[in-house]
Design a protein around this ligand. Structure first.
Ligand code: BOM
Length: 141
């Protein structure tokens, strides 16, 4: 659900600042991670892909090939309130998006494409959170 996704995003987003320097993601492109879900934010910058890889690695969510680690991603999402209602859906949406861009060899470019696909599909499925929902739970993490 969008409520659960707001918790996952609030927690995951805390890793952004640790990853800014190595990813080259400037605050002009993305000031706060929760804006990822804003209607006005376009998921297009290579630096965002690099940042998502760096952030995911902080929580061991990726395999060596930079594709999602299915078990760890399930466990991560399940660790949030009501997470078990979102974990399978989230892994299947991410995996489906990964398959669409499997031929891209640049990890950062591919990851930003996967992230854009995931944002679009999450909206279609009604599990994309509003930025205000994320801001409401930020203080918990
Ligand atoms: O193959 C690349 C896999 C990584 C893609 C992760 C996309 C995440 C998009 C950003 C939204 C984040 C919301 C919650 C955290 C999920 C890990």
């Amino acid at each position: 659900t969008a409520e659960v996704m707001s918790h996952v995003t609030a927690h995951f987003g805390k890793a952004l600042e640790e990853c800014r320097t190595e990813s080259g993601l400037s605050p002009e492109i993305l000031e706060e991670f929760q804006h990822f879900w804003s209607e006005d934010f376009e998921v297009v910058h290579r630096e965002l892909g690099c940042a998502i890889i760096c952030m995911s690695n902080k929580f061991s969510l990726l395999q060596d090939d930079t594709r999602i680690h299915h078990v760890n991603m399930h466990d991560y999402v399940k660790s949030f309130p009501n997470g078990e209602v979102l974990s399978e859906k989230m892994v299947s949406l991410l995996h489906n998006c990964e398959t669409q861009y499997n031929d891209m060899t640049d990890d950062c470019d591919r990851t930003v494409k996967v992230a854009a696909c995931f944002k679009a599909d999450a909206k279609k499925e009604g599990i994309a959170p509003e930025v205000a929902m994320i801001e409401a739970v930020m203080e918990k993490y």
